[in-house]
Ligand binder design. Structure first.
Ligand code: ADP
Ligand code: MN
Ligand code: MN
Ligand code: MN
Length: 368
């Protein structure tokens, strides 16, 4: 299948290798009003070595559900940049924060608040590893590779599967893996999921705010690569009703204390704190997550907090190897595939390490 937009993408290679007269291209990426991604490119005069060299920019927020038409400018402030795996050379892709014209963070800019928490709790050295699950669809809206008007055989052979009929769109996934590595994304692995055409990649362990920067950029790469293949990416937590697994963003967490021998005490203390804020966390753990957290398909019920060693039917799991060693990390299995990782990592550091003056992550998640 060829892309709906670039019908002969092979031709592009001839032009991508043209020298650019010393200019570089910076693709500015931001989160739009619907928790999706947008981007636009600009030319810069020289190679960039530090994020502070990147100019602020702006866009029309009335076209992205981020500002009213009468006051439509939203500002882009570069937060992190990565080598561009599509244009290569010195070209870069930039993750940006969005700011309103009155100097307040845009309603979808949750990075600013989360970063304040990470700065205040820098000595905790909090690490995250997020397991991003997602589902592929063809351009007509059918699950990619499924028989037209029908279903593949029941779940079983697909998880980490190999061989025709058991694995779908490996080319997209493989391309994405290499693109992430090229760009310096801290991608730690990939695997095929339980439902056919559902996949997972993991990013981490990543320190503090960089988790959100890297996960959003990895999502951007995935959408962009799938474009070349004419495939759509869905981050919906329950893309199909029935006996098919949902899609999550399991969030693995550790502080420096938890990673030291005897760290189990700190892990248990964190889980205790999480149990007192279940509803507030759930509120930031993705839209339509109630369709996924049913208590079936390796999930716990959305209504009640639970935890256990090696139990994939709990809200929070302590991996068997961590329990055996007595230190390490824990896994919050509640977040959905469509989370904003800035909100999820933000409320996690707030709950585990403590609130700070002027930041309230629950309220942050409900800001207009
Ligand atoms: P699962 O067994 O739940 O499928 P995965 O192997 O898919 O787990 O993902 C585990 C994630 O946890 C990886 O992204 C890994 O980098 C991350 N991780 C490992 N150690 C830590 C740690 N100490 N703190 C935070 N995250 C960690
Ligand atoms: Mn996993
Ligand atoms: Mn998984
Ligand atoms: Mn997991």
């Amino acid at each position: 299948m060829s892309s709906t937009v670039v019908s002969k993408s092979g031709n592009l290679a001839r032009y991508l290798s043209l020298p650019t007269n010393g200019k570089i291209i910076a693709e500015y990426v931001w989160i739009d009003g619907a928790n999706g991604l947008r981007s636009k490119a600009r030319t810069l005069d020289a190679k960039v070595t530090d994020v502070s060299e990147l100019p602020e920019w702006n866009f029309d927020g009335s076209s992205t559900e981020q500002a009213p038409g009468h006051d439509s400018d939203v500002y882009l402030r570069p937060a992190a940049f990565f080598p561009d795996p599509f244009r290569r050379g010195d070209h870069i892709i930039v993750m940006c924060e969005t700011w309103n014209s009155d100097g307040t963070p845009n309603k979808r800019n949750h990075r600013f608040a989360a970063n304040k928490l990470f700065e205040a709790h820098a000595d905790a050295e909090i690490w995250f590893g997020i397991e991003q699950e997602y589902t592929l669809f063809d351009e007509f809206g059918n699950v990619y590779g499924w028989p037209k008007g029908g279903f593949p055989g029941p779940q079983g052979p697909y998880y980490c599967g190999v061989g025709t009929g058991k694995v779908y769109a490996r080319d997209v996934i493989e391309a994405h893996y290499f693109a992430c590595l090229y760009a310096g994304i801290n991608i730690s692995g990939i695997n095929a999921e339980v439902m056919p055409s559902q996949w997972e990649f993991q990013v981490g362990p990543s320190l503090g705010i960089s988790m959100g920067d890297q996960l959003w950029m990895a999502r951007f790469f995935l959408e962009r690569i799938a474009e070349d293949f004419g495939i759509k990416v869905s981050f919906h937590p329950k893309p199909l009703q029935g006996d098919w697994n949902g899609a999550g963003c399991h969030t693995n967490v550790s502080t420096a204390e938890m990673r030291e021998p005897g760290g189990m005490k700190a892990i248990e203390a964190a889980i205790e704190k999480l149990s007192t804020r279940h509803a507030e966390h759930i509120a930031l753990y993705g839209e339509d997550n109630d369709m996924r957290l049913t208590g079936k398909h390796e999930t716990a019920s959305i209504a009640k907090f639970s935890y256990g060693v090696a139990n994939r039917g709990c809200s929070v799991r302590i991996p068997r190897s961590v329990a055996a060693a007595g230190y390490g990390y824990f896994e919050d299995r509640r977040p959905a595939s469509n989370i904003d990782p800035y909100l999820v990592t933000g409320i996690m550091v707030e709950t585990v390490c403590g609130k700070i003056e002027g930041v309230d992550m629950y309220a942050e998640g409900h800001r207009e």
